[in-house]
Design a protein around this ligand. Structure first.
Ligand code: URA
Length: 445
């Protein structure tokens, strides 16, 4: 008979947990057989002792099996999704879902809410008037089948062990342990019944994993776990040392995405599109990967397909159909400026001196926007979707004193006084032109 104390002791002493012990743990946190204080002790032991690849895979599977696993096998198309570890201005899901769906690959996207400096896809979509992300599973399935992509939030049935463990990790300073992050992310993604998964693991000042070596370690562990579970998985290690694109803030980000889908995007927003096309192409290539085909040639072909879905307007049409199906106002697809709220105050954030933008603290920009209602500082916070920041300057740009680093959109003077100086301080202006960071740093297959 297993008991929690023995499992904790085993890991505390540096042992390798058996599959049976790990399953007992995941089941026990949901049933209550593992008390919160015992689960917390085991989490801390895992934090210090780490996990082998086998333990990490077993924990992922055990957390996955703590709840329901969706089955979309009745939809006769491959299914793929992407997951990003999150960043500032990271809005690629809104482009990837229609781009991939327009290439005949279904995207059952189960997304999250934003917290802290990062925004959440569900919150962004809700800035479209009427858009509903609370769907029943039957509605989700019907939209997925008819349109090719559907968006909703995590349900209570999927990976319940993760919900319980995540709250305990948050309260016990064990969120950062890589095996726990991997099991948390992958248990939820694997529960969505996918054939392929592309991961966007971010590194830099606005990333969850700031340090590149740790982000690479996480990306490798995620890829190994996904492939080990039979889901073809690849990761891109991408730069998050500055906001992705121009827009930071819910409605502004959706507006930026629709403009890009319409071929009307600002030049400064193009990195969002480049990264979305690359992740989309990888998702499509992974679903029709046939071992006999040259990988590079297959990827070049799917990139061209994704570009064609964009240029032909097929991706925009797919987005429009999804907005209609999920109850949103489709007029935003024709006039994205409708998303821009009237009566906002535009506050220029000025460069304090002449020079080059050498660095930005992207998380600080995200926190500044969140602190005035453009995001959630605490889980229970209400969001004002209209609030946000449009970045004009990026790393490597030359600026004169008084030039606009960007424009803050807010409701009143108090918000302006709170957020604008904070954003200004997030930019470092130096004398030497830096080498701008490369957006895609590495591919991990
Ligand atoms: N995102 C998750 O879903 N889980 C983690 O542990 C970290 C990021």
């Amino acid at each position: 008979m297993l008991n929690p104390q023995d499992v904790i002791r085993h890991k505390r002493n540096g042992g390798e947990l058996s599959r049976e012990e790990i399953e007992f743990f995941a089941r026990g946190v949901v049933s209550g057989e593992f008390a919160d204080y015992q689960a917390s002790a085991l989490l801390m032991a895992i934090y210090w002792r780490g996990m082998t690849e086998g333990e990490q895979a077993a924990l992922t599977q055990a957390m996955l099996r703590s709840g329901a696993v969706l089955d979309f096998s009745d939809i006769d198309k491959p299914k793929a999704d992407k997951h990003s570890t999150g960043g500032v201005g990271d809005k690629t899901s809104l482009l990837i879902a229609p781009l991939v769906a327009a290439c005949d690959v279904c995207v059952p996207m189960i997304s999250g809410r934003g917290l802290g400096h990062t925004g959440g896809t569900l919150d962004k979509l809700e800035s479209i008037p009427g858009y509903r992300v609370r769907l029943s599973l039957d509605e989700f399935r019907a939209i997925l089948r008819r349109i090719g992509f559907a968006m909703m939030g995590q349900t209570a049935e999927l990976a319940p062990a993760d919900r319980k463990l995540y709250a305990l990790r948050d309260a016990t300073a064990t969120v950062e342990a890589i095996p726990l992050i991997v099991a948390s992310i992958m248990s939820k993604k694997l529960a969505a019944g996918l054939d392929a998964l592309a991961l966007d693991v971010k590194t830099g000042t606005g990333a969850f994993m700031r340090e590149e070596a740790r982000a690479r370690e996480l990306a490798r562990a995620l890829v190994a776990t996904g492939n080990g579970a039979g889901v073809r998985t690849e990761a891109l290690l991408t730069d998050m040392n500055q906001p992705l694109g121009r827009a930071v803030g819910h409605a502004l980000e959706v507006q930026e995405c629709i403009e890009l889908l319409r071929g009307e995007g600002h030049a400064r927003a193009l990195p969002v599109l480049d990264l979305s096309v690359e992740l989309s192409a990888r998702m499509v290539a992974l679903t029709d990967h046939d071992g006999s085909v040259d990988r590079d040639a297959a990827l070049a072909a799917t990139r061209a397909r994704v570009q064609q879905a964009l240029a032909s307007g097929a991706a925009l049409e797919c987005f429009r159909e999804n907005v209609a199906a999920q109850g949103g106002d489709v007029r935003v697809c024709d006039e994205p400026a409708r998303l821009f709220a009237s009566g906002l105050r535009a506050v220029k954030v000025e460069s304090p001196r002449a020079g080059f933008v050498t660095q930005t603290d992207a998380a600080e920009i995200g926190f500044a926007v969140a602190s005035i209602g453009g995001g959630r500082v605490r889980v229970e916070d209400e969001i004002d979707p209209a609030i946000g920041f449009i970045a004009n300057a990026c790393i490597g740009d030359e600026v004169a004193a008084g030039d606009a680093l960007g424009v803050l959109y807010c409701r009143d003077e108090g918000q302006a006084q709170t957020a604008a100086p904070r954003i200004q301080r997030a930019y470092t202006i130096g004398d030497e032109a830096p080498t701008p960071p490369k957006l895609i740093k590495e591919v991990i297959v």
